[in-house]
Design a protein around this ligand. Structure first.
Ligand code: ZN
Length: 275
């Protein structure tokens, strides 16, 4: 599933093609994804100028003139490509084409169709049901040890499950929680209510480092993340634990990385390094 670094990579790649550009048409090839597309979706977007693109957690927010905001979530398997010439015939999972006046096609592909593509008015963005409960952006100043500790201590969850909760911190998923807990030396089985201020400080610092490194690497390509230009992300080569079950821990070189299931999701960790 695309997490914050993958979505940020997509945002940065789309920006030069979309900012200050008019959408000439939008083609949808089905009625919706996780939810139906808005009524007259194509008509509402066609002819509108895109002002800018931002990201909130795992959501892309594309601001257009007339106070319109296009909200995109890549779900489990969503993927966006920029196509400029020799545009291929759409495949089975190419559900939407956004075509700009400059002749660029932004193609949304999503085999599992858990993605979300919808519209909102700018004035209602902060209170939008998909966005209003999202916690602080981990790379912003709103994310700090005091805020994190308060949120963690208020919940009776394992630290792994707590950090996956988008209300506690925005944008993290299985990969970056596993890697951040490893580098912080915190067992994923520890209860979030027992995380003190020192560990919270360490977590904030490490989460920022891991996300920044991952963004700089263009995200992680495991099954389907590609950058919009088709190139791969390469942060997967810097993983310490994710997907490495059965391999000797590269840090302590004493025990093998374990995989456990927590709340239905895989967790990878070193039982020697992480306590
Ligand atoms: Zn270890």
């Amino acid at each position: 599933m695309p997490e914050l670094p993958e979505v940020e990579t997509v945002k940065r790649a789309l920006t030069p093609y979309l900012e200050n550009t008019v959408l000439s048409s939008v083609i949808t090839r089905r009625k919706g994804l996780r939810f139906p597309f808005p009524d007259q979706f194509s008509e509402k977007l066609s002819g509108k100028r895109i002002i800018n693109i931002t990201r909130r957690g795992k959501y892309l927010l594309i601001y257009l003139e007339e106070d319109l905001v296009l909200i995109i979530h890549l779900g489990m398997s969503g993927h966006i490509r920029v196509l400029q010439k020799n545009i291929p015939i759409p495949g089975k999972h190419d559900h939407i084409d956004f075509i700009t006046q400059k002749g660029v096609t932004i193609r949304y592909n999503d085999p599992r169709r858990f993605g979300i593509v919808t519209l909102a008015k700018r004035e209602f963005i902060r209170s939008h049901k998909l966005l209003k409960n999202i916690g602080p952006e981990p790379l912003s100043n709103n994310f700090n040890a005091v805020v994190l500790m308060k949120k963690l201590n208020g919940r009776n969850l394992t630290i792994k499950c707590a950090l996956l909760d988008q209300k506690i911190v925005a944008g993290l998923g299985n990969i970056y929680v596993s890697e951040s807990l490893f580098r912080s030396r915190i067992s994923p089985k520890r209860l979030s209510k027992n995380i003190g201020i020192k560990k919270a400080e360490e977590l904030v610092k490490i989460i920022r480092i891991v996300l920044t490194e991952a963004i700089n690497a263009g995200g992680s390509t495991l099954n389907n993340h590609r950058r919009p230009d088709g190139k791969l992300g390469y942060f997967q080569h810097q993983f310490f634990v994710y997907g490495k079950n059965g391999e000797l821990c590269g840090h302590c070189e004493k025990v093998k990385i374990k995989k456990i299931i927590q709340a239905g999701r895989s967790t990878f960790f070193c039982s020697n390094c992480q306590r």
